[in-house]
Design a protein around this ligand. Sequence first.
Ligand code: SIN
Length: 318
Amino acid sequence: MKEEKIVVLGTGGTIAGRAASAADNIGYQAGEIPVSELLGDVPVPAGFAVEAVQVAQIDSKDMSDDVWRRLLQVTQRHLVRPDVHGLVVTHGTDTLEETAYLLQRVLNPAKPVVLVSAMRPATATLRDGPQNLADGLRLAATPGACGVVAVCAGRVHSALDVRKVHNHRFDAFDSGDAGPVAALEEGQLTLWRPWPQTPENFQPGLLDRLLAAAAWPRVEWITSHGGQSGAVVRALLLQNQAATENRPLRGLVVAGTGNGTLHADLLAALLEAKASGVEVWRTTRCANGRVIEGADCPIPATPLPPAKARLELMLRLL
Ligand code: SIN
């Protein structure tokens, strides 16, 4: 029987991190160990062969449009191969939820694309990376699986819902009120919800537009808090007026309090931003829940959490 392929794309992160001592779980450099080496002892599902491709080698806190652009391009190149059953992307935990959203929203893959991460570096004696990677391969080989998911500590999260919720625990991710898609325990998959479906706002051709754009629209994200003055927004607007600014601000996402409510002084500055042509969206800084739009605020609300909302607004402004 012909072997099917699982392509593993490496981008760095703690899962590829190296510390000076095997006892050190905190003082390490992320994005050091090649993805081919990470796969070393990890069991490959029967009937599958694995190909490793190093796309980037970064700490995901430093994720950039350039790395996202490359990842989208390489992911799509392997998705269209008839011999490829699914993909795994090794990634840092810090911006994983953003990459997951972008891949699902832009590529809407009919095959599984599984983001795999770890909370301890690859050099740690008690590391979590190999189990997560084995789970990632298992999911990428699963018949009928599709869309972008993240697997961590035995939980499978949809790209549309996943968020990092803990800075240290092995199960650092959560899907909020939606809950995980599945559990993966000792290789046993229990599916609780359908695999990620085509996002309502899916636009075929978006990948080509993103790859053709010289630069992606600049969107910043700020937060409403006690003692707000609106000074950050006004500084951004001043920068926009400067003749030297070659990447003007096109959009702002504001994480409001509670149901997306905004400090009065911040709201005044945001209305100035809107009047100057900057698209402004508001969401909530609460860890869970979605803003429910009322008639009380002139800034439109999005149900997405801030990190995903920033990417969505960027895509709308493309
Ligand atoms: C990163 O996001 O690259 C570093 C942190 C992590 O992977 O947990």
